[in-house]
Design a protein around this ligand. Structure first.
Ligand SMILES: NC(=O)c1ccc[n+]([C@@H]2O[C@H](COP(=O)([O-])OP(=O)(O)OC[C@H]3O[C@@H](n4cnc5c(N)ncnc54)[C@H](OP(=O)(O)O)[C@@H]3O)[C@@H](O)[C@H]2O)c1
Length: 239
């Protein structure tokens, strides 16, 4: 992989933290990590030193995308890789969620990632990449995490469209569809704390390798590809 400036959202834990460490320790990349828990970001800074910078931002606020853009324009351009990884779910029915919960989750999982692509793509040159962390669950109805599934499905749809739009600027898009990963995600969502799955390090390595190979999709574990083939909307282009 070439020397690159990399923006990673959700860098404070789980997949985003593991991926930040992978990039900041490869001796070529510089990472701008974004999340709310500043202590965790400071700890990453201690581990990575010069190759890690951070912004503590709440991505449920749409204006956060402009703050990231201003930082990138001033200190982090050209941007080689944008990883839209921040996201969360709530084990609640749609009708059980209050207005704030609906708006905040939609903003973090769908609206702000789109705004970040819009705001940051002008600072990305030909050959750069956008990586969108979606979910293997988008191809089935996640009845325990319904709004989460809807936001990820919306992002999947937009990401398919963006693959075409960004291609005209020479920017590639990698869609990542993970299965269960052993992070803080499920506990924070109010769900099962003991779900067995992949480690965040395994997922981060697979994302890193897929970026290097310029893949368009990453299903991890691989058999989630079958879920897309069997249940997933093919989204043929229509007009
Ligand atoms: N774990 C799984 O089984 C699984 C499966 C499929 C897909 N995914 C997806 O993988 C991605 C990473 O999740 P993970 O499993 O690594 O979970 P995680 O450990 O809970 O990490 C989530 C990250 O998102 C950040 N985030 C959440 N809300 C935010 C907000 N309002 N503003 C800024 N940052 C925010 C968190 O940072 P702060 O709280 O510090 O702000 C944290 O760094 C998510 O998009 C998730 O949907 C996870």
């Amino acid at each position: 992989m070439e020397k690159a400036n990399v923006v990673i959202t959700g860098a404070s834990s789980g997949i985003g933290k593991a991926l930040s460490l992978k990039f900041c320790q490869d001796g070529k990349s510089k990472v701008l990590g974004i999340a709310r828990r500043e202590e965790r970001l400071k700890e990453l800074k201690r581990q990575c030193s010069e190759s890690f910078e951070y912004l503590d931002l709440d991505l449920s606020n749409p204006s956060s995308a402009e703050k990231v853009r201003d930082y990138v324009a001033e200190k982090f351009s050209p941007l080689g890789i944008l990883v839209n990884n921040a996201g969360y779910g709530l084990y609640k029915g749609v009708l059980e969620m209050n207005t704030e919960e609906v708006i905040n989750m939609t903003n973090v999982n769908f609206v702000v990632p789109i705004l970040l692509i819009k705001e940051l793509s002008p600072y990305m040159e030909k050959g750069s990449m956008v990586v969108n962390v979606l979910s293997g669950g988008v191809f089935v109805l996640m009845t325990k995490l319904p709004l989460y599934g809807a936001t990820k499905m919306a992002f999947h749809y937009a990401s398919e469209a963006l693959k075409r739009e960004l291609k005209t600027k020479g920017i590639d898009v990698l869609n990542v569809y993970p299965g269960v990963v052993e992070t803080e995600f499920h506990e924070r969502a109010g769900g099962i704390q003991t779900l067995k799955g992949l480690s965040p390090e395994e997922v981060a390595k697979a994302i890193y390798d897929s970026i290097k190979k310029r893949k368009k999709n990453l299903f991890i574990p691989w058999y989630l590809r079958l879920a897309k083939l069997i249940f997933g909307p093919a989204l043929p282009s229509f007009f």
